[in-house]
Ligand binder design. Structure first.
Ligand code: SPD
Length: 281
């Protein structure tokens, strides 16, 4: 029996999808984990009532989280992903030949199990020998990992509420920065600049406490499954220039991406006027 499922945001907005079937529903030690088959977006992962990813539109989010950084970091041999238990972010990194190790740290084994079983078109890389999967707490992993070890750290977390809030703090960004080799970068999802406007501004401000102001670059694109559609990501580093696309690397990935290309890359970094003013950019 089909039914409507709504995500409610802070008792202010609701965004709904029609569900045709419940494929998975379990409460893990951390959260409620559900996979629905939805009429419009196909199979959809929902964590604690929040839409996370879906078969038909996940490429916007995952390509935009990963591909700009992969087009800019000179030699991204070692990549660390915090979160990302659906496998979409790892898949985008592993489209490239240059990473030789991709370490993915996902806290919730139930998310991994649900996604492997029900979202195989998103996580296509689980058997790639370059992927090292760790079930554990990303915050403590980052605190204890070797300094100056990774070329790219990617944070693929939930919204900045509840247990995921720590993934948006200055302390966490500082801990991530410690792991970066010279020339390395941090890439993260920074939420909706509309619906989560204040958190977005705070995220950029927090990054600017750790990285040089001019090297913290938010960028934008669509995420149709998330209530306000317009989404943001950010790149932070000590020396990267977001204009300096490594042309041949981007050109090699473009035949495989659905959304990302070099024109999109350049356009995505344009700041709307209100955000220019608010960020003092
Ligand atoms: N509003 C939900 C934001 C979720 C962002 N992360 C999604 C994870 C997909 N790999």
């Amino acid at each position: 029996m089909a039914f409507w499922y709504d995500e409610t945001f802070e008792d202010r907005t609701r965004y709904g999808c029609k569900v045709s079937e419940v494929l998975f529903s379990e409460r893990s030690a951390y959260q409620k984990v559900e996979v629905f088959d939805t009429v419009h977006y196909g199979r959809t992962l929902v964590l604690d009532g929040i839409f996370m990813t879906s078969e038909r539109e996940e490429h916007f989010y995952h390509e935009m989280l990963v591909q700009p950084a992969m087009a800019l970091v000179h030699e991204p041999g070692r990549v660390l992903i915090i979160g990302g238990g659906d496998g979409g972010t790892a898949r985008e990194v592993l489209r490239h030949l240059v990473p030789h190790t991709v370490t993915l740290v996902e806290i919730d084994e139930t998310v991994l199990r649900a996604c492997r079983e029900h979202l195989p078109t998103i996580g296509t890389c689980w058997d790639d020998p370059r992927l090292e999967l760790i079930v554990g707490n990303g915050v403590s992993y980052v605190e204890h990992a070797n300094a100056a070890y990774y070329d790219l750290v990617i944070i693929d977390g939930c919204d900045p509420v509840g247990p995921a809030r720590g993934l948006f703090s200055v302390e966490f960004y500082r801990a991530c920065e410690r792991l970066l080799r010279p020339g390395g970068a941090l890439a993260l999802q920074a939420g909706s600049p509309i619906l989560q406007h204040d958190q977005f501004i705070e995220t950029i401000a927090n990054l600017r406490q750790v990285f040089p102001r001019e090297r913290v670059k938010p960028y934008f694109g669509p995420a149709p499954l998330y209530a306000s559609d317009l989404w943001s990501w950010a790149l932070a580093s000590h020396e990267l220039d977001w204009h300096a696309i490594i042309e041949d690397r981007a050109a090699r990935v473009e035949p495989h991406t659905k959304y990302y290309n070099r024109e999109i890359h350049r356009a995505a970094f344009a700041l709307p006027n209100n955000l220019k003013r608010e960020l003092g950019a």
